[in-house]
Every structure is written in structure tokens, then in C-alpha cells.
Design a protein around this ligand. Structure first.
Ligand code: ADE
Length: 229
């Protein structure tokens, strides 16, 4: 998986992706990251990438040209490699809400391009020209699209072959069958008077599986009944 991020804050993207499991995956070459600074593509002498909105209103709008040029600077190489236009995801609270199913779909691509918006928005014309998917990470508004892009890259990375070790397996986890994951326990057996459910020490795998299934169902009913509908 090759990630490309069009952003005004490439350091934020790089610093976060270089940490923990995604950092290890970058080092091993199972994923790659190319953070492109949109500001490098402005032709204005003061380096502006935004301007006042037509029609008035609060805030500034990111201009089309620097974004278009930043995208074009990577598109040709990608097409040379894969023979097709890459999938471009625009992070926006007006998009479809991200979920595990979308993460799986994105993980099948060879290249993913994220466009991170800022200020009050992005000139609609460049979005019409380059964007395939408008995606939100939830019904709240952030100051920019960098955290949403990082959230999505993290969720996608762990589905890419070899990124997770066997012990970190993505098989049994929450949402894998529209259910939340069951509770987990580790040593010691007793912690401040609270003990581990005895079935987990029984050595009876069938019983353990049944208990975990029931716990998943109970937890999903209580916390996320919408998933069971
Ligand atoms: N940009 C600002 N808020 C956002 C959100 N919730 N999801 C995606 N992009 C955003």
C-alpha cells in the first residue's frame, strides 16, 4: 500500500505515521508514505493557499490551483506504475461516515491519495476534478483533515498483508462480524479482589468460544444495538 497525502501539515502526517505499528510497517516497506505540502505549489509570492469565499461569509477557502498542482505532481508516477488514476479521498465532515467495511475496501487499492482540507473548506471545482470519495470520520467538526486521514491510514494499514504480526491478528476483533469484541483478561488471576471468569481457565475451547460469543452479543446489545439491526 502506497499512501499519498496532500496537506498543509506534512510533519504532522509523517510524525504520526512514523510511530508504533505504522512506523514499523513503513520501515519494513509493507506500506509507504508520501506527504506532499500543498503550499509548495502556490504561485503567489506570499505563499497564500486560501482566499475569501465568493458570496461572503466567515473564514477562508482553500484555492483550487495549489491543490490541483500538488495532485498532478504525483498522479503521473502513479499512473505509470499502475495504469490507472489513483483513488482520491477528501476528508470532510460532509462525507460518508468511515467504517470497517470502507477500511477493507480501501485496503485493496495499491495507492490511496488523501486530500486534507483546512479553513472553511476547499474550492468545489478542484474537488469535482480529482476526488472519488468524500469521507468523514464522525459527526463532529475538527480543525483540519489531517487527523481523519491519519485515522483512516491507521485502520487501512492494519489490514495490509504482513503489517500485523500473528499475535496482533485482525481476525476476532470488533466489527469483524457486526459485533463488538468480547472482554479480555491477562495475569494475575486476581486483581484487587476481582478474579478472571473461570470458564477462561477451564481449557475447554468450545465453552470458551460460546462464552465469548455470548459476551460479544451482550456487549453489542448494550452499547451498539444499531449493529444488530
Ligand atoms: N474535517 C473536519 N472534520 C472532519 C471530520 N469529522 N471528518 C473528516 N474530515 C473532517
Amino acid at each position: 500500500m502506497r499512501f499519498h497525502v496532500l496537506t498543509l501539515f506534512p510533519d504532522m502526517i509523517e510524525n504520526s505515521m512514523n510511530t508504533s505499528i505504522t512506523g514499523r510497517a513503513l520501515e519494513k516497506g509493507d506500506i509507504s508514505l508520501n506527504a506532499v505540502n500543498i503550499r509548495d505549489f502556490t504561485k503567489e509570492k506570499h505563499g497564500h493557499v486560501d482566499d475569501y469565499p465568493y458570496g461572503g461569509g466567515a473564514g477562508m477557502v482553500m484555492q483550487a490551483e495549489p491543490i490541483y498542482l500538488a495532485y498532478k505532481s504525483i498522479e503521473e508516477d502513479i499512473i505509470k506504475n499502475t495504469g490507472k488514476k489513483p483513488r482520491v479521498i477528501y476528508t470532510t465532515p460532509t462525507g460518508k461516515v468511515f467504517n470497517q467495511k470502507m477500511a477493507k475496501e480501501f485496503a485493496m487499492e495499491e495507492d490511496l491519495v488523501f486530500l486534507c482540507g483546512h479553513y472553511e473548506g476547499v474550492d468545489e471545482r478542484v474537488l469535482e476534478m480529482i476526488v472519488d470519495d468524500n469521507v468523514s470520520i464522525g459527526d463532529y467538526v475538527l480543525t483540519g483533515g489531517e487527523l481523519p486521514a491519519l485515522v483512516m491510514m491507521d485502520a487501512v494499514s492494519r489490514l495490509v498483508d504482513n503489517v500485523l504480526h500473528n499475535s496482533e491478528s485482525a481476525k476476532d476483533e470488533s466489527f469483524s462480524n457486526n459485533m463488538l469484541e468480547y472482554p479480555q483478561y491477562t495475569r494475575p488471576y486476581e486483581f484487587m479482589g476481582k478474579t478472571v471468569p473461570d470458564v477462561l481457565l477451564s481449557g475447554d475451547h468450545k465453552k470458551v468460544d460460546e462464552w465469548r460469543y455470548e459476551q460479544s452479543l451482550k456487549r453489542t446489545r448494550e452499547r451498539r444495538p444499531d449493529l444488530l439491526e
